[in-house]
Ligand binder design. Structure first.
Ligand code: FO1
Length: 330
């Protein structure tokens, strides 16, 4: 398939929450309607207040539909907090904040799951309700839960991330239930599609957001065997993560906080790495071809420009695993 054809093909993004969803939005706006599928981490999902919460799925849903809260990156825009205030007055658990509109989504998701719908079906129904022309694909419908290990013992993901504000030292990350989890067949079909244009691993936390997707049995093999070029966008800029604890966790796990380490983490899976101009000096040390460009996404235009650059790079890499490092113009 020619690079031009690849650019027109459907695209699969692998994504966690806030940082990754920004690039997913850029891809959504850059691509033709219906061309984007997003395989989303559900390792962050948990039962809370009797509800099934899927934070990364919801962040992608809100972000792509333009209903996201721009201040927090999670939850909905123009949210009200009557439920939380009432819960607090009752002495209930308030460390995980659920806005009123967001709450409706969790209630309806929980009802649908209880009535026998699959998580994929619920995601598809909500995407339609939000007017999306993209597919939001949970990595699995089975309970695979990210567990963060600390010197004081294991913590369920949201306890580490939100309740403990990522403060405990991370000694390891495991995925409870991974062995029994079945991959979302729609993701496997997308990865095997000869017309697939590219796979983009969004700049989500590799350890907390992308590894759970790769921990689903069959996912690594399907990604490794995928006919389309696979590019990852590094979450690091100047040795720090734009958002979240990626750099902190790498340091705590004894991994150098470098783009070379990000590329090594995805060894055998990616054909190229996109890194920020601030890190151009690191490009020569990276084991795969690198594209140096602006990766900090402040505006919608930034998101679209990064999406276009990543896809252009992927098309160039198609069948050329030894392509040299290059710097994007502009
Ligand atoms: N993140 C927070 O830091 N504090 C919260 O109170 C919080 C609530 C919340 C509610 C719904 C939702 O979909 C996401 C929410 N998040 C919150 C984000 C969530 O913890 C994500 O898992 C992380 O951002 C990692 O992707």
């Amino acid at each position: 398939m020619s690079p031009e054809d690849r650019l027109r093909g459907p695209v699969l993004a692998l994504c966690g929450g806030i940082g990754g969803a920004k690039l997913a939005l850029g891809l959504y706006r850059h691509l033709a309607p219906g061309a984007l599928s997003v395989a989303v981490n559900t390792g962050d999902d948990f039962e809370h207040l009797g509800l099934h919460i899927s934070p990364d799925i919801d962040t992608v849903l809100y972000t792509l539909s333009g209903t996201d809260n721009p201040d927090t990156g999670w939850g909905r825009a123009d949210e009200t907090w009557t439920f939380m205030a009432a819960l607090e007055a009752l002495g209930g658990e308030t460390w995980f904040r659920l806005g009123d509109g967001d709450l409706a989504l969790h209630v309806e998701r929980t009802r649908r799951l209880g009535a026998g719908e699959s998580l994929s079906e619920v995601c598809a129904a909500f995407a339609r309700r939000f007017g999306l022309d993209a597919r939001i694909l949970p990595m699995t419908g089975d309970p695979l839960r990210t567990v963060v290990h600390t010197p004081d013992g294991p913590l369920p993901f949201q306890h580490y991330f939100v309740r403990e504000r990522c403060e405990p030292r991370v000694t390891g990350v495991t995925f409870a239930g991974a062995e029994a989890a079945r991959p979302n067949p729609e993701i496997l079909r997308a990865l095997a599609d000869p017309a697939l244009g590219a796979v983009v691993i969004c700049p989500s936390n590799p350890y907390l957001s992308i590894d759970p997707i790769l921990a689903v049995p069959g996912m690594r093999i399907a990604l490794g065997a995928c006919p389309a070029p696979v590019v990852a966008v590094s979450p690091l800029v100047g040795g720090r993560a734009v958002k979240g604890p990626t750099a902190k966790i790498m340091a705590e796990l004894g991994v150098p906080v470098t783009n070379a380490a990000i590329a090594a983490h995805y060894e055998g899976l990616i054909d190229g790495l996109v890194l920020d101009r601030a890190d151009r000096a690191e490009a020569a040390e990276i084991a795969v071809p690198a594209l140096v460009t602006e990766t900090v996404m402040t505006s919608l235009e930034d998101r679209i420009a990064l999406a276009a650059a990543a896809l252009g790079f992927a098309a160039e890499l198609d069948g050329r695993r030894d392509a040299p490092t290059r710097e994007a113009a502009g």
